[in-house]
Design a protein around this ligand. Structure first.
Ligand code: SF4
Ligand code: SF4
Length: 588
């Protein structure tokens, strides 16, 4: 049995530029006369490693100048063949999620550990090879591999062509690059069951059905993509991050909509990193763990509550597997800052008319060295307010007492640029290697073009770029989009460090309530009607702000007794009624 994996990133390996197979020259096994590292049989003869001969000495991954090699000791519990391996020294996937008919199954885990490989296999788009990429087995052999499990039953159906997949992709911002025309035209092409109007009502698409797909917002694109997936005549629906770009009200609406699809003849799988929403949307959970770009493992299916708690703990009790050294904790730590607040900027009764939209504020002040969360629906004036603070636009009435230097990370990231990451992040590389580059794990992306990055990679690069600028106030608009739960915790820590060490103020607009609860010192709350009027109140102390926001949108949150994470109460449940009566919308 193999004890380790050797992964070679073919894109990064350049044997003629590193000194003619530098890794092979340094490998002690090669030096002793064996062929542990050798040229591959592809036209560019990229390096290959014999995983049986490799002793795991760690020399080659450290010395390859392009960072092309990973050597990983496989956990003892992985004492079986993978379900699929793409090729020699390439990514491999162990086990598959278990789609269960009549239920919504959530998948939770890090990015880059095979979620899309698993989805492709379940959608019959990729034939699993049980690690035998040179000589792929018959499908019957694959079914036998899963004997006695729910996955066996599922694969039998797949083999009999009884599974039809419909897939909602992760990066909805790419849709306008692939389709042209109006939203209605796009959906009408797929609408074989004459359901378009019903689904459009449920997902609140009716007011923009006649708009061109290239002009709609990210939240509208997301709901259009969900509608497109649902209109397809299928019995397995896969939603890859169905709530990015949606505000919290829309997230709850989409969660209830996805739940409503789980009838006995249909199976629903959803990948979601907003833990409060994942908890609300799903019945069951599969946890995925492993090492980015190298291998991925899918846990057995668990109830949603147990699954999320096990994921946060980093330990699978049934399998007796620890997949993370430390639990993930979103607990608030006591604020160490004892100094009196120092004002950065104040405003009073601002008014601004923008076309048909009217923005109004109460009186407020931002302090230096604080993180203020901004909660509110999409289209309610958050960006307009920031432009006033930055002096980019003037209010029609009211006062702002200073204008300050502002840096801004927009919600939608530029995906088409050919700029190289290290050039784009020159200031961050020179001035903040320890504050930004290292914790955000960006070094390995240095040689890539912005246009080649995944959604999550681009998000980390955009955050680093914004936070490296010379400003007193930073605005991060939806920094959690496309990031997994672990990455969300990391960026929270980076944002906290930047605020403290550089004595700056950071406004964070986001709709992941767990993330906002963890990161915010105080909260600004927007209320009103999107596209018509917005009222800004605050900043409030955290608890008061959360209570104000949750009572506006009409949901109550309780704490899970084991993990202390917030959970949405079911409307009308005993807990929900009690908390409403006490006017305690936010758990205490
Ligand atoms: Fe050279 Fe690195 Fe490729 Fe080895 S893996 S041949 S050291 S570029
Ligand atoms: Fe050779 Fe393996 Fe050591 Fe790399 S890690 S140098 S392949 S023995």
């Amino acid at each position: 049995m193999r004890k380790r994996l050797a992964i070679i990133d073919r894109e990064k390996c350049h044997p003629m530029e590193c000194g003619n197979y530098l890794c092979a020259k340094l490998c002690p096994v090669n030096r002793a006369g064996a062929d542990c590292i050798f040229p591959g049989d592809d036209p560019a003869k990229k390096a290959r490693i014999d995983e049986f001969l490799c002793t795991g000495c760690g020399i080659c991954p450290n010395r390859c100048p392009f960072g092309a090699i990973q050597i990983i000791n496989l956990p003892d519990t992985l004492n079986k063949d993978p379900v699929h391996r793409y090729g020699q020294n390439m990514f491999e996937l162990y086990s598959l999620p278990s789609p269960i008919f009549g239920q919504v199954t959530g998948i939770i885990g890090k990015n880059g550990i095979g979620k899309s490989t698993a989805l492709k296999i379940m959608g019959n788009l990729l034939k699993p090879n049980l690690g035998k990429w040179q000589n792929p087995p018959e499908f019957k052999e694959v079914i036998a591999y899963f004997k006695g499990t729910e996955t066996q039953k599922f694969l039998e159906k797949l083999h009999r062509n009884e599974i039809t997949l419909s897939y909602k992709p992760q990066q909805v911002d790419l849709i306008p690059k692939q389709f042209s025309g109006t939203v209605k035209e796009l959906l009408a092409k797929i609408d074989t069951k004459d359901q378009l109007h019903k689904i459009a009502e449920q997902l609140q698409l009716t007011h923009f059905l006649d708009n061109d797909i290239s002009t709609i917002s990210g939240g509208e694109l997301q709901r259009t993509a969900i509608a497109a997936a649902v209109l397809k005549d299928a019995n397995l629906f896969l939603f890859d991050e169905p709530t990015s770009y949606l505000d919290i009200k829309q997230r709850i609406n989409v969660s209830l909509f996805i739940r409503s699809l789980a009838v006995p003849e249909k199976s629903i799988i959803s990948i979601e990193h907003d833990l409060i929403i994942l908890d609300y949307m799903t019945d069951l959970i599969n946890i995925m763990y492993g090492q980015e770009g190298a291998f991925g493992v899918v846990s057995g299916v668990k109830s949603t509550r147990e699954g999320i708690n096990a994921f946060l703990d980093g330990f699978l009790k049934e399998e007796n597997v620890r997949f993370r050294d430390r639990p993930l904790k979103f607990d608030k730590t006591q604020d160490a800052r004892k100094n009196l607040p120092r004002s950065l900027i104040s405003w009073d009764n601002l008014q601004k008319q923008l076309g048909k939209f009217h923005l109004q504020t109460e009186r407020g002040t931002l302090y230096k060295n604080e993180i203020v969360g901004v909660l509110g629906e999409n289209g309610i004036g958050k960006t307009s307010f920031i432009k006033i603070l930055a002096g980019l636009t003037s209010p029609d009435a009211g006062s702002v007492d200073t204008q300050i230097k502002v840096a801004y990370k927009p919600q939608y990231l530029e995906t088409g640029s050919d700029l190289i990451v290290s050039d784009f992040l020159q200031v961050a590389v020179d001035k903040y290697p320890h504050q930004l580059i290292k914790p955000l794990d960006i070094e390995k992306l240095f040689g890539q073009k912005l246009s080649e990055l995944s959604g999550g990679q681009l998000q980390r690069v955009a955050i680093a770029h914004c936070l490296s600028q010379d400003a007193q106030l930073f605005l991060l608009d939806e920094p959690s989009a496309y990031l997994d739960v672990e990455q969300r915790l990391i960026i929270s820590k980076v944002i906290k460090t930047v605020a403290q060490e550089r004595d700056v103020t950071i406004l964070v607009v986001d709709h992941d309530l767990l993330f906002m609860d963890y990161i915010s010192d105080r909260l600004i709350v927007f209320s009103g009607t999107p596209a018509k009027n917005g009222l800004l109140r605050g900043p409030f102390p955290l608890e008061e702000g959360m209570n104000t926001f949750l009572s506006d949108i009409g949901i109550t949150l309780r704490r899970d007794p084991a993990s202390h994470r917030p959970r949405i109460n079911n409307p009308g449940s005993v807990k929900d009624r009690e908390q409403r009566e006490e006017n305690k919308w936010y758990y205490s």
